[in-house]
Design a protein around this ligand. Structure first.
Ligand SMILES: Cc1cc2nc3c(=O)[nH]c(=O)nc-3n(C[C@H](O)[C@H](O)[C@H](O)COP(=O)(O)O)c2cc1C
Length: 180
């Protein structure tokens, strides 16, 4: 069984990125278990806290990361970059130095925006962190969901969007299997 962690870069209850990952969760085939890893309760990363007595939120998050083989992130763009909450989660998971929980695992990135750019700047800013983390990104297909509000019908993603997500998940499964 391969274990996938789903990480949303928005804390909003009505988050479109969460809606997207809820669908992604359903699209993984047999042999895969995809679960959300929450980041909203994580204390701001502080090396002093970590050295003295790591907060319970760091310990919980790192344990959940450790159990996963791969991650799918869905993030909005805030001011042409990633929201602070997702960067904080990346940083917490990367420490203590030499004990990063991201090292050598697989990652897929979806970015979702209400605007026309599909949060491409955030998508790429997140990928930039993967270089040092040694997360192995799926490069293709890229997933930029632009003007997401026009692809939601009665609170559900349109079938066209679900088809795109299915393509993304199928490619991600191949990525994980090819390199495992
Ligand atoms: C502080 C802030 C900054 C934002 N900056 C951008 C931006 O740079 N580019 C963009 O496409 N959308 C931007 N947005 C709009 C988001 O795309 C929109 O709020 C989106 O729905 C957030 O994702 P969510 O639905 O998952 O919360 C910004 C929103 C906020 C709150």
């Amino acid at each position: 069984m391969k274990k996938i962690g789903l990480i949303v870069g928005s804390l909003r209850k009505g988050s479109y990125n969460r809606l997207v990952l809820e669908k992604v969760k359903e699209l993984f085939p047999e042999g895969y278990e995809a679960d959300f890893i929450e980041i909203g309760d994580l204390d701001h990363y502080n090396e002093d806290l970590d050295n003295e007595n790591p907060p319970e939120s760091y310990v919980r998050f790192r344990k959940e990361l450790e159990e996963k083989d791969a991650f799918v992130f869905a993030t909005p763009e805030y001011n042409r970059s990633i929201p602070g909450v997702i960067k904080n989660a990346i940083d917490v998971g990367s420490r203590p130095y030499g004990e990063s929980k991201w090292d050598g695992k697989f990652a897929g990135v979806i970015s979702t925006s209400i605007s026309a750019t599909g949060a491409m700047a955030a998508n790429h800013a997140l990928r930039q962190t993967f270089v040092f983390l040694n997360l192995i990104p799926m490069q293709q297909p890229e997933a930029y969901l632009s003007e997401i509000e026009s692809y939601i019908e009665e609170g559900q993603l349109s079938s066209k969007t679900v088809d795109l997500l299915k393509e993304f998940v199928d490619a991600f499964v191949k990525h994980v299997e090819r390199l495992s």
